[in-house]
Write a protein that binds this ligand. Structure first.
Ligand code: ACO
Length: 326
């Protein structure tokens, strides 16, 4: 039986030029390179320049992805961006980006607010629209300027986050309908709103009329993260009829090295199969998976035919996964 698959035909990423090392952080709050490295795996993070917005980061990642895919803005049928740090409260970053890229008049553009799961949520929505035959080609992005909602005096959170963007172009291709196909093979999304207050911004349009700052109950997030990320990986593998041990790569949301290692262990995957980029990217929320994916595709670490699980977990709580053959 044939079926429509969403194949990744292009990738792109962008990191702002400015970096802050752990030693730089130690000059701002009472912390140390040793503490941050041991507890989080982070060595440095990128921070957007003054006047550089989420839409700018998304634009650079999008340009690279479209060039890599060999398509022009005319070819796009959808722009979807996972972000919790939009340029303006409304309209969407995607709408602003659509105009800047010069897409066809009327092409749908939207942002998805699912925090660190924003890219997996966006990919899932775009994949479903492609499989339904509503669209052929989509630009799927994760882009964040978390530095703008970081309280730089709070050592509990400020050492964790960074800015960046990653993008993929996905396009409808005919597949056989089994796990030997290339493209997105299965997806699954979850949420649990009872955990709303464990990871949140302290402000918002309807409450304080300010964006607020990141607040995190680190221990509660840690407790749930390993289970959620493991569940997402197991479910997408099971749906596609494969064993987790058969994948080439696990590409988890880059939240924290101890969470990433914990998930790898629970899934009984060897360390070499678990992708870690948090050392130089920090936690870039919705951008972390497409950023890491694009870097790995660019360097040739992940290759055509490889089977990859992308899994994420973040505020909401939201979590989810996608199984993709490159
Ligand atoms: N430098 C030095 N000391 C610090 C720092 C810091 N940057 N931050 C906190 N501490 C102190 C605390 O104040 C505390 O001191 P106290 O005992 O005197 O009160 C001490 O270190 C230990 O704090 P804990 O909270 O027990 O530290 P823990 O080992 O749990 O590590 C961390 C904190 C890294 C946040 C951990 O809870 C964690 O990994 N949580 C998961 C959350 C996460 O990774 N979130 C990422 C965003 S969410 C997501 O993407 C899914």
């Amino acid at each position: 039986m044939t079926c429509i698959r969403s194949e990744i035909i292009g990738h792109g990423h962008y990191l702002p030029a400015k970096t802050l090392t752990n030693d730089d952080m130690a000059k701002m709050v009472e912390t140390s390179d040793e503490w941050i490295t041991e507890r989080t795996g982070i060595k440095s993070r990128h921070v957007a320049a003054e006047g550089e917005y989420t839409s700018d980061l998304a634009f650079h990642a999008a340009e690279m992805a479209m060039k890599n895919a060999g398509i022009s803005a005319e070819d796009l049928d959808l722009i979807i961006i996972g972000t919790i740090t939009p340029d303006n409260t409304f309209p969407s970053v995607a709408a602003k980006l659509a105009a800047r890229l010069g897409v066809r008049h009327g092409t749908p553009a939207l942002d998805i607010s699912a925090a660190c799961s924003g890219f997996v949520y966006s990919l899932t929505i775009a994949d479903n629209m492609i499989r339904l035959g509503q669209i052929k080609t989509a630009l799927v992005i994760g882009a964040e300027t978390l530095s703008r909602v970081t309280d730089w005096t709070d050592r509990n959170t400020c050492v964790l986050f960074g800015d960046g963007a990653g993008a993929v172009v996905i396009q409808a291709k005919e597949g056989k309908g089994d796990s030997s196909d290339t493209g997105v093979l299965s997806t699954k999304l979850f949420a649990d709103g009872t955990q709303y207050e464990n990871l949140m911004a302290t402000g918002g349009v309807s409450t304080t009329q300010t964006a607020g700052y990141v607040f995190m109950n680190g221990k509660e997030v840690f407790k749930s993260a390993i289970g959620c990320l493991t569940q997402a990986a197991e479910v997408v593998a099971e749906q596609a009829g494969i064993r987790v041990s058969d994948i080439d790569w696990l590409l988890p949301h880059q939240a924290n090295i101890r969470i990433i290692e914990g998930v790898g262990k629970k899934l009984e995957l060897p360390e070499e199969k678990v992708i870690v980029t948090i050392d130089h990217q920090a936690n870039t929320s919705a951008a972390s998976i497409p950023l890491a994916l694009s870097e790995c595709l660019e360097s040739g670490r992940i290759r055509k035919g490889d089977l990859v699980i992308l899994n994420s977990m973040g505020a909401g709580f939201t979590w989810g996964g996608a199984l993709v053959r490159i």
